[in-house]
Ligand binder design. Structure first.
Ligand SMILES: [Zn+2]
Ligand SMILES: [Zn+2]
Length: 321
């Protein structure tokens, strides 16, 4: 197959699928094993003792304030100001960590019920931030492994609430909005229907959730988990639908850990900004898991076009096993 440029439907980003660049997927898998790091000196074994402020604690998780927050809490809202040609504002908001209880049990090793519990707490954090009029968006993600940017081995999520809507998020929202205005239907639902007919890039599905390898994958083995129902925001998801998502997350992460030898990855919740008299009914939230098996080089930096060395159909076959 000739290398092929493909445009992602949800982000409009272009990628180049160039399968001949790497002969065997196994090459990528073997060199990227994420080594286990011992509990000794882990700051998340007893966060309170390590001088952290614990905001919530139960038998599954703890939520703490980040000791070195990028965004911190004050009793006023930041104002946008001008400095010369630039816009500036104080980086006020929240920066919290959700710490999973067991040092050696990442998401793929938890039960669907335990994953459900993690997602439920994350959802409740967003709902609590809604009361804060300064917060526009809540970024929720997990960095797993050094190549994904994790500085602490112990499995944890980051929750960063910002006083602006990140431009990348605005871009995703605007693309969905444009599509809806033109076609009177949801872009994500349309995509899911097409993938269901194609049947070539589905890793897993249950009654309420589906896991798909994007047609225009930026990275080998990336995948997206969608609620099958048209649900606009993560925090609006019912417990029943969240349970379907948890089951799908468990199975897809477990398959990835088994078949790719526990690779480094970033997991993102792609959801709407907090609603401030605004409706985002055309949007459809999802989870994105992006493996960190390749290193971005000059072309990627220069053009923002990623080169993916494996056809998404091939990665689906490997992940499905
Ligand atoms: Zn630990
Ligand atoms: Zn939809």
């Amino acid at each position: 197959m000739l290398p092929q440029l493909r445009q992602d439907l949800l982000s409009n980003e272009w990628v180049c699928i160039a399968p001949k660049r790497i002969k065997r997927a196994n090459f990528l898998i073997k060199v990227n094993k994420n080594p286990k790091i011992s509990k000794k000196g882990c700051p998340f074994e007893n966060p309170l003792k390590s001088g952290n402020k614990v905001l919530l604690k139960n038998k599954e998780i703890q939520i703490i304030e980040n000791k070195f927050p990028a965004f911190s809490l004050k009793n006023y809202c930041p104002l946008k100001e001008k400095r010369g040609p630039y816009q500036i504002l104080d980086a006020l908001g929240r920066h919290e960590l959700l710490i999973i209880k067991d040092h050696f049990k990442n998401l793929s090793q938890l039960s669907p019920k335990q994953i459900f519990f993690v997602l439920k707490v994350l959802k409740e954090r967003i709902l609590s931030f809604k009361k804060d009029c300064c917060i526009e968006y809540v970024s929720i993600f997990q960095n797993w492994g050094e190549k994904a940017g994790a500085s602490v081995y112990h499995p944890h999520f980051q929750i960063i609430a910002t006083p602006i809507i990140p431009p990348f998020v605005s871009n995703l929202i605007n693309i969905a909005k444009k599509y809806y205005i033109k076609n009177k239907k949801c872009l994500h639902c349309y995509l899911l229907n097409w993938e269901k007919k194609e049947k070539q890039r589905i890793i897993y599905e249950n009654e309420g959730a589906i896991v798909i390898v994007p047609f225009a994958s930026k990275e080998p083995f990336e995948f997206r988990i969608f609620p099958k129902k048209h649900i606009v925001s993560f925090e609006e998801t019912s417990e029943k639908d969240l349970a379907y998502i948890s089951d799908a997350l468990k199975h897809s992460l477990q398959k990835m850990a088994k078949n790719l030898k526990d690779p480094d990855y970033n997991l993102h919740i792609r959801t709407t900004p907090l609603k401030k008299n605004k409706k985002y009914d055309y949007y459809h939230w999802y989870i994105e898991v992006i493996t960190r098996l390749t290193i971005a080089a000059g072309f990627e930096e220069n053009s923002r076009i990623e080169i993916n060395p494996i056809d998404p159909i091939e990665t689906t076959k490997i992940l499905r096993k």
